[in-house]
Design a protein around this ligand. Structure first.
Ligand code: ZN
Length: 373
């Protein structure tokens, strides 16, 4: 029963695990049809060829800014053709971060990401200013960009953080003495506990689907609400993804590990075959024989059932990759069945998503308060 009822998630998670090993580092980014509009702010210098060659560059080819993309670690990455230095500044009034990269030019083959309607990034502009490229990234209100420690001099990786109503603001600069290879240890900043939030699926992996509704979208919407609410409660959060991107399972685990998260919450939506459309309700999973994970699952599950009135399908254990590989207490919430018409209509409602997120946050809060040392 368990296997059958959760066939979707197990299958897709396992498939994802096995098939996508090479995908997460090279997520292909196609240009949207309306991308020209977003590029409109870009002023590619016409006479860039006449610019003096940057000092210290031995090749006759100038260093180019080749693209911006979201990587498998939830970061916006600026890719250059060679090692580059940069400086950053924040235009607080406009929520715009400017990254000035000297001695570079904009590639004529510039790649840039599609910005979804719910993207925390409102606009990305590139300007050639003398011999420097200035990349300006404007976030929506409540979102902040943080620089990460550079492990590859050809890339500048920027982390997107939701900071709405967080009492202690997170500094933009990260100490450069961290030894983390993938991501700096930005967890548990200022003594705050950090929660890793994992929106299931993403990109071409839509998850469960019915009538044009995708699990990946519901999971992301609930996850963002969850992060916002946890931050209002005073927690730091890290998201495995904030965009509709393809993301392997192992990077999701690594994001939580590198952030030294105190708890991990993966958000999913369940599905069954058409002949079982009457089945509905919430299931909360922990890893087998994980007592803290089970405790977290129980607290979250109780809150969800009490708050949403959803059918109680119980706290269960299963060997989902993201909850068995994470070292901190970890749960996976199946927030409802997309294959049940009335539950599906609730799951796509913003009010229900928020109620679900609030309930999960309450359970996480109860858990972390009871285990705080
Ligand atoms: Zn799923």
């Amino acid at each position: 029963m368990l296997n059958q009822l959760n066939r979707h998630c197990k299958r897709s998670l396992l498939l994802t695990f096995w098939l996508m090993a090479s995908v997460c580092t090279s997520t292909p980014i196609a240009l949207a049809a309306d991308d020209a509009e977003k590029i409109s702010g870009e002023q590619r210098s016409e006479d860039v060829a006449q610019l003096p060659r940057p000092v210290g560059v031995s090749s006759s080819l100038p260093t180019t800014i080749d693209g911006l993309s979201f990587n498998g670690y939830g970061q916006l990455v600026i890719q250059a053709s060679r090692a580059v230095a940069y400086r950053s500044s924040l235009d607080l009034a406009n929520n715009t971060y400017n990254f000035t990269i000297p001695a570079t030019r904009i590639s004529s083959q510039l790649r840039r990401p599609i910005l979804g309607s719910n993207s925390p990034i409102e606009q990305i502009r590139l300007n050639q200013v003398g011999d420097a490229v200035v990349v300006s990234v404007k976030t929506i209100a409540g979102w902040q960009i943080r620089e990460t420690v550079r492990t590859n001099p050809q890339i500048i990786a920027l982390l997107l953080n939701s900071v709405r109503q967080v009492p202690a603001s997170i500094p933009i600069n990260i100490p450069s003495n961290t030894r983390s290879q993938i991501q700096p240890s930005y967890g548990n900043i200022n003594g705050r506990q950090l929660v890793a939030i994992d929106a299931g699926h993403g990109g071409p992996d839509v998850g469960a689907t019915r009538n044009g509704i995708y699990e990946k979208d519901i999971a992301l919407a609930i996850s963002k609400q969850l992060g916002r609410i946890l931050q209002q409660m005073g927690y730091a959060v890290v998201y495995t993804r904030t965009e509709d991107i393809d993301l392997d399972l192992e990077p999701r685990v690594q994001i939580a590990e590198n952030a030294r998260a105190s708890a991990f919450v993966s958000v999913h939506v369940n599905s069954l075959d058409a002949n079982a459309s009457q089945v509905n309700g919430v299931e909360t999973y922990h890893a087998p024989s994980a007592s803290l994970g089970k405790n977290l699952a129980e607290l979250v599950h109780q809150q969800i059932i009490a708050s949403t009135g959803a059918n109680d399908r119980g706290v269960r254990s299963a060997r989902f990759h993201v909850i068995i590989k994470t070292s901190m207490p970890a749960i996976l919430v199946e927030t409802g069945f997309i294959t049940n018409p009335s539950e599906a209509s609730r799951l796509v409602s913003g009010a229900y998503q928020e109620r679900m997120a609030e309930a999960i946050a309450k359970g996480v809060d109860q858990f972390l308060k009871s285990y705080r040392r």
